[in-house]
Design a protein around this ligand. Structure first.
Ligand code: SF4
Length: 309
């Protein structure tokens, strides 16, 4: 994983062995171990060309990377669903999420909302712990580009605004605050559980979290349309209602956190896959509904033959 460039490269297993088992040995020593002068030179040329390494005389200043995952947040990310029947008390929801130090929020609107009402909701996050807010809105002619760009400029926390069911695909970014405005011609259905290199995230946070935790459900909470609390919008188990429950109490119960521990190394097939620390997991849609450790339903990759079906 090229975690600084959000990219990845395939390397032979023998290079992996050199970089791990023989990490502290000199190149000359490695050449003697493998009896392969040219191939070892080629490996190191590749590493230099890709800017993955430099030649040094001592490893003293290059300790192994700390891959421990730590977060000051009991909940790092939340999804809030809203439709025309929702009776959300957003002040309560935002206060409860801030109480667990939530930093990223996704607001999914399933029905049209007047822009002024949306602005009011976003303004209610003023005192929250949120650093970023992503918003999904169903397409309406009222959400025309200039208006929505202005909305993004006025609401710096909103980093990504996606208008779905749009007549055509449009993608723009705002240089001023790095926010994105996207019009996409597909619906909100089936957003969960898609597996493809397009969704891979090869960065340090993803790597460290995936090694230890479930990289979708760990420290996630969903507030559904009716206010019920779940691990994920696509899961059926509910843990009370945000209007009547103390969120901090709910999300610290073992019944709520039990799926957080299912990292990729515990999931069948995924535990042998080279993409496992950059690929988002899904526990809502799995191959075998009787086996919570089975592979994500929508994955078409066969790591044993390295082919996408
Ligand atoms: S096998 Fe697992 S880790 Fe590999 S691509 Fe499929 S879902 Fe992701």
């Amino acid at each position: 994983m090229d975690i600084q460039r959000n990219n990845f490269n395939f390397i032979p297993n023998v290079l992996f062995e050199i970089l791990t088992k023989h990490r502290t040995k000199s190149i000359n020593r490695i050449k003697k171990i493998y009896h392969e002068e040219q191939a070892i030179d080629d490996f190191f040329d590749f590493l230099i060309k890709k800017e993955y390494g430099i030649f040094v005389n001592s490893l003293g200043n290059f300790p192994k990377m700390d891959i421990g995952y730590q977060s000051p947040s009991l909940i790092t990310n939340a999804i809030i669903e809203t439709d025309r029947y929702s009776q959300h008390n957003y002040d309560n929801i935002f206060a409860q999420l801030s109480n667990v130090n939530c930093v990223a929020v996704e607001m999914r609107f399933y029905d049209f909302i007047v822009l002024q009402d949306l602005i009011k909701i976003v303004n209610q996050t003023y005192d929250s712990t949120f650093r970023t807010i992503n918003i999904f809105l169903p397409y309406s002619v009222e959400y025309e580009q200039d208006t929505m760009k202005e909305f993004l400029l006025q609401n710096a926390r909103v980093q990504h605004l996606i208008i779905y069911d749009a007549p055509q695909f449009i993608f723009t970014t705002e240089e001023q605050n790095s926010s994105c405005l996207e019009y996409v011609p597909y619906t909100m259905d089936g957003r969960c559980g898609n597996v493809s290199p397009h969704y891979f995230r090869a960065n340090r946070e993803m790597l460290c979290e995936s090694i230890k935790w479930n990289n979708c459900l760990n420290r996630k909470v969903c507030i559904c349309k009716d206010g019920n609390i779940r691990n994920c919008t696509s899961m059926v188990q509910q843990f009370g209602n945000i209007e009547t429950c103390d969120l901090k109490h709910v999300i610290t119960q073992k019944t709520f956190t039990k799926l957080w521990n299912i990292n990729k190394d515990k999931i069948s097939v995924c535990h042998d896959c080279e993409f496992r620390y950059m690929c988002h997991d899904c526990r809502a849609f799995i191959k075998d509904s009787n086996n919570i450790y089975s592979k994500p339903l929508n994955c078409k990759y066969n790591p044993y033959e390295t082919i996408w079906n």
